[in-house]
Structure formats: structure tokens, C-alpha cells
Ligand binder design. Structure first.
Ligand code: SF4
Length: 507
């Protein structure tokens, strides 16, 4: 299938959108495409617009990618046709470049030596404009129609690899890339993984009996039966082939892990920097109860991401915990546009109240975050209509006041409900009887990471990786400067060996 619709187009209210999931496996004798498929399945929450897998049998790389969920893009027949011993996979939510087929990943390039290079990226770069200019001068723009920062990395790497090989080309290129990046990439025989010096996004290494796995989250190791070895270190490049695993440093580590991974992005059964995401969320709930107690009869979560914090809130406060909302888990993941009648149901499309639980109660409602406030406004109204006497909203993160430039699509600053509003203004805006956010100190303490090793820019505005001028950053930066490059792209000579048309399959 090939469609321009995004599953999130029909979500009743926008949520923070994840950035991408990456996976890689080097395992002779294993069905690497199927392992990658299951790995991507475990990472589906990180990107639901497109999915792709590249596989190499040592002679040639084949990439299969399309728009849609992992389960929509791949079937048994396609996976069986992807034979080899090294594979990478990607599930995408677009943070640079539109949601087109060309921008789905793995992105693919050929080197001048005629070898292939497939690459998947989680994160978002902040010097995309500079890399674009470098790529333009080298004549490697637009060869495959992609308009992503990820494809610029792939193109620059393929050019640099011509005379020195991919590993040493990567060690030279990676220090010049700024921003958030977890990369998995592969040539015909070798799997590579690299993580930016700040380690903004998670990336882990796992061991199979007959090979190695890299993945965005530990939950993706679990699903393929890989044992956790360690995190890929910030500023580290790993190469895995028949000679074994080699580790190199391309930059000194300055860890600034995304604290929002703990709040919402990562799966609860994932571990980041040695800390369980689920345990962190429960602890956030406990701290929320200490910081913002409420006189209430029942604590209910906004499922699923509010559930662990609601458990923690109930444990700490002694107020009973219950399920008051049922989530229609798959509604935001269909590509079928709802009818106007269904669209008007708004939040009810996604959450349905259990009236017999809610009626006559003073409720504490625990959610993970507030971005625009539309969801919470509709939720409070729905709970009152279902008979709640009072609605006390508790949020398991501080107010989101700043946009993220490192791979999460919240909203523009003007759209954020907390932008310029005080607590009572936000409370009135959503119609709650009371409102409490966990403090940043409380969130950081719950993560058990030192504050100095975390990024919390969307809460405090302190961006750990310097940003360029507004005009040189943004999701559609490459489209906006892309027209002028079309001519040079057509003039670019396709290297010897196989070209992208041979390697990248459309459904
Ligand atoms: S700005 Fe927020 S969402 Fe973005 S990396 Fe930093 S903590 Fe994470």
C-alpha cells in the first residue's frame, strides 16, 4: 500500500509524537529479516508513519520500505524474500522531511566503489542546513528523492567511504554532525551503530547466541531473545562483522539523555541508563502525591501512559486506585479516515468512560503530560458528564513550555497551553477543580539520573545542544531549500555497481 495519510491524522487530539525506532542485527544462520520485523514491532510506538528493513547476504543489500505500520508493510512473503545475515530496520515518525515514501527508512546510497549503504536514524539534527550545503557541494543531493537529515548523513557517508571505507569515513563524518542521532547502518557485510555524544536518545547492544543486536530500547532485545549487554555509549561507533565487535570513540561523551523518554516516549518495560521506565513512572506518581495532594475518593489513570504514575499516586496518597477510562488502543492506528459523525465524537473515539465507576466520585485523574490542553479539556468535560463530582488533574511531568528540536514533535511554542500561562490559567483552560504538575526536581529524582546528565529543555528552555537561527531549523527545512537542488541532483552520476533503483523495492 502507498498512502499519504498518517495514522495520527485522525487521532482526536495530537499527543507528543515519537521520533523513530531503530534496530539492527548481525547474525549468520538466523532469519535476520524476521528478527528485525519483531524488533520493529516492539518499537512501533516510536514511529507509526512508515517502516522498512534492509537485508544483505554479503553480496547485495535489498531495502523494502513503505508507509504504514510494521504489520501493514510486511507480510510473510516479503520477509521470506529478504535473505541474508545482516539487517537493519526502522519505524518512522517524521521530524525532518515530510511523510513521503522516499523519506521512509532505511535510506539507501551507493558508494563510488559500487557498494551499498543502508541507514536508519532516530533523532533530529541541528546542523542540517550546514550538512545540506556540504552535500550540495559534493553533488550528493536528492538522488533518491529523500528530504531528510538522515539521508544527508547517508549521502555524505557514502561519498566519504569511497576511498577509505565506511568505518573510517564514519569516524571522520560523525564528529561534524550536531544534534540527536542514534544510527544503525550497514554495508554488505558489516552492521554499524552510532550514538551522538550527548546520548539524547537511547540505543542498546544485545547478544544473540549466534550474533548481535542493536535497538532503540531494551524491550526490542527482549522480544527477539537477545540478552542486554550494555548501552551504546554517547560518542561511540560500533562495527560488527565476521571479525567480531569493534568499538571506537568519535567524540567525548557529554551525556544529556532525554528526560521525556521516562515520562512518555519509551515503553514501560524498557530500561534506560539502568533505570526501569515503569519504576520511574510509579515514583513520579508518588512524588506527585507528595507535592500535590488531593481530597478525593478515587485515583484513575489516563491509559496507558498515565497508568504507572496513577498507581504511584494512589500508593502514596492512600486513595483507592481504579480504572475509570477504557482506551480504544487501535483507533489512532488506522489509515481509514473517520466519518464526520465519528470525528465529532472527539475524545470518545479514543477514551470511553466507565460511568458506574466514575459516578458520584471526587476523582484524581493522572496523565503523563499536557501539550496543547485540548485532550484534558475534553476529558474533564466527559468525566463531569459521566457523573464525577470533582475532577482533580495531576500531571506526571512539569509544564511543557518549549519545543523539542531533538526529535520529538510537540507543537510550536504558541500552541503549547503552558506557554505564558500560569497554573491557574491552565487549570481554568482545561476546566479542572485543581491542577498539579510534578516539579522538574521531582521528575529528575524519580529518574535516578543526575540532572547534569539529562536534557529537560522542553520544561526549562535550557537546550544542551546549541540551536541555529530559526530560519535554519524546522521539519520542512530541506523541502523549503530543495527546489534549487533538483537540477544538481539530476546531474549526479550514479556510481558503478548497483543503483538505488535495483536495491530499494517498492511494494
Ligand atoms: S527537549 Fe524535551 S523531549 Fe526534547 S530531548 Fe530534551 S527533554 Fe527530550
Amino acid at each position: 500500500m502507498h498512502t499519504d495519510q498518517s495514522p495520527s491524522d485522525i487521532a482526536p487530539e495530537p499527543e507528543p509524537r515519537e521520533e523513530c525506532g531503530v534496530f539492527g542485527v548481525w547474525a549468520p544462520g538466523e532469519e535476520v529479516a524476521k528478527l528485525t520485523y519483531y524488533g520493529l514491532y516492539a518499537l512501533q510506538h516510536r514511529g507509526q508513519e512508515a517502516a522498512g528493513i534492509s537485508v544483505s547476504d554479503g553480496k547485495q543489500i535489498v531495502v523494502f520500505k513503505d508507509l504504514g505500520l510494521v504489520s501493514q508493510v510486511f507480510d510473510e512473503q516479503i520477509l521470506s524474500s529478504l535473505q541474508g545475515h545482516v539487517a537493519i530496520g526502522h519505524c518512522r515518525y517524521s521530524t525532518t522531511g515530510g511523510g513521503t515514501w522516499e523519506n521512509a527508512q532505511p535510506t539507501f546510497r551507493t558508494t563510488a566503489a559500487g557498494t551499498g549503504l543502508a541507514l536508519g536514524h532516530n533523532g533530529n539534527l541541528v546542523n542540517t542546513h550546514e550538512l545540506h550545503e556540504r552535500a550540495r557541494q559534493l553533488g550528493v543531493l536528492g538522488k533518491n528523492g529523500a528530504t531528510t537529515d538522515s539521508d544527508l548523513i547517508c549521502g555524505l557517508l557514502a561519498v566519504a567511504a569511497a576511498d577509505r571505507g565506511i568505518e573510517s569515513a564514519a569516524l571522520e563524518l560523525l564528529p561534524t554532525i550536531r544534534g540527536a542521532f542514534c544510527l544503525t547502518f550497514a554495508d554488505e557485510n558489516t552492521l554499524y551503530a552510532a550514538r551522538d555524544p550527548h546520548g539524547v536518545r537511547p540505543l542498546v547492544l544485545g547478544r544473540l547466541e549466534r550474533g548481535w543486536v542493536v535497538a532503540s530500547e531494551t524491550a526490542a532485545l527482549d522480544i527477539v531473545g537477545a540478552s542486554f549487554v550494555r548501552e551504546v555509549e554517547p560518542g561511540e561507533l560500533i562495527a560488527i562483522d565476521a571479525e567480531g565487535l569493534r568499538s571506537s570513540r568519535f567524540a567525548n561523551p557529554e551525556p544529556k539523555g532525554c528526560v521525556f523518554e521516562y515520562v512518555y516516549l519509551a515503553r514501560p518495560d524498557t530500561t534506560i541508563a539502568g533505570r526501569s521506565v515503569h519504576a520511574t513512572r510509579v515514583e513520579i506518581g508518588r512524588r506527585l502525591a507528595q507535592e500535590h495532594p488531593a481530597d478525593a475518593d478515587l485515583v484513575i489513570p489516563v491509559p496507558e501512559s498515565g497508568t504507572p504514575a496513577a498507581i504511584g499516586y494512589a500508593q502514596e496518597s492512600g486513595i483507592p486506585y481504579g480504572s475509570g477510562l477504557v482506551k480504544n488502543a487501535y483507533v489512532g492506528r488506522t489509515f481509514i479516515q473517520p466519518s464526520q459523525t465519528i470525528r465529532q465524537l472527539g475524545i470518545r473515539l479514543k477514551l470511553n468512560p466507565l460511568r458506574e465507576v466514575i459516578r458520584g466520585k471526587r476523582l484524581v485523574v493522572v496523565d503523563d503530560s499536557i501539550v496543547r490542553g485540548n485532550t484534558q479539556r475534553a476529558l474533564v468535560r466527559m468525566l463531569r458528564e459521566s457523573g464525577a463530582l470533582e475532577v482533580h488533574v495531576r500531571i506526571a511531568s512539569p509544564p511543557v513550555r518549549w519545543p523539542c528540536f531533538y526529535g520529538i514533535d510537540f507543537a510550536s511554542r504558541a500552541e503549547l497551553v503552558a506557554n505564558g500561562a500560569d497554573l491557574d490559567g491552565i487549570r481554568r483552560s482545561i476546566g479542572a477543580d485543581s491542577l498539579g504538575y510534578v516539579s522538574l526536581d521531582g521528575l529528575v529524582a524519580a529518574s535516578e539520573q543526575p540532572k547534569s546528565r539529562l536534557c529537560a529543555a522542553c520544561f526549562d528552555g535550557n537546550y544542551p545542544i546549541p540551536l541555529p537561527d530559526d530560519a535554519l531549523i524546522g521539519k520542512h527545512l530541506l523541502e523549503s531549500i530543495g527546489d534549487a537542488d533538483a537540477a544538481s541532483a539530476r546531474m549526479t552520476v550514479t556510481p558503478a555497481g548497483y543503483g538505488a533503483e535495483d536495491a530499494v523495492r517498492r511494494p
